[in-house]
Write a protein that binds this ligand. Structure first.
Ligand SMILES: C[S@@+](CC[C@H](N)C(=O)[O-])C[C@H]1O[C@@H](n2cnc3c(N)ncnc32)[C@H](O)[C@@H]1O
Length: 209
């Protein structure tokens, strides 16, 4: 039997040892806890730099922030669409990708993985999109339709309950497509249970010549 490579799980109280009404301490905590040594960070939703100040400043070897509307320091940030930035630039110097989206972070994660050649990738992702948030919507997203090979019009009653297995399927798809193995996929939730904070760590399984 094939060995499962994706380890999933998370609970604010147990995983991070912290319960808080404000979701952002968990967001920062997950970053601080899993930040590799001498990290080189590409923060793809840097905004006004809260994550930078709380998790990265003084803790990483290199940092660059991207945001399409506002940045906190033009010397270390670029105003641009994050997807366009990833596609147009060499991202090989980065080993940490921060995808702190308002909505779905996974399409941008695919873009990053499509270009990745680094031996290890650590991604911090915020998923507040429709599937994790809604207890009523049964409509799958475009990405899920592609990954699960389901018609776009397909309605899945209780779709939210399948969110974690869907992410697991997606990570296996990423492994197969891009030559990586998931060594950690952990999540925790904000207090309302509406936003997932993920850390995903993948190792390259490509032969190095
Ligand atoms: C949840 S906030 C991020 C907060 C930030 N990480 C912080 O710690 O302050 C999401 C950010 O993504 C930016 N954003 C939304 N769509 C984007 C895109 N396509 N490209 C780049 N930035 C985008 C927004 O301007 C916003 O600042």
């Amino acid at each position: 039997m094939k060995r499962p490579t994706v380890r999933l799980g998370g609970n604010p109280a147990h995983t991070w040892g912290k319960v808080d009404n404000d979701p952002s301490p968990l967001k920062e905590e997950i970053r601080r806890q899993f930040l590799p040594e001498s990290a080189s960070v590409l923060d793809l939703h840097c905004g006004l730099g809260k994550m930078y100040r709380e998790a990265y400043e003084g803790r990483v070897a290199y940092y660059h922030g991207i945001d399409n509307t506002k940045v906190f320091d033009p010397r270390i940030c670029t105003i641009q669409d994050n997807s366009a930035y990833v596609m147009a630039n060499d991202i090989s110097r980065y080993d940490v990708f921060d995808i702190d989206a308002y909505g779905c972070p996974w399409q941008l994660f695919y873009r990053v993985m499509q270009k990745a050649k680094q031996p290890r990738i650590t991604a911090f992702l915020t998923d507040g999109a429709v599937i994790p948030r809604s207890s009523v919507s049964s409509h799958i997203t475009l990405l899920q339709s592609a990954i699960e090979h389901l018609p776009r019009s397909f309605a899945v009653p209780g779709l939210r309950r399948w969110y974690i297995p869907m992410v697991a399927t997606m990570l296996r798809d990423v492994e197969k497509r891009f030559g990586y193995r998931t060594v950690r996929a952990s999540w925790t939730l904000n207090e309302k249970g509406t936003v997932y904070f993920w850390v995903v760590i993948l190792d390259s399984v490509r032969e190095t010549s």
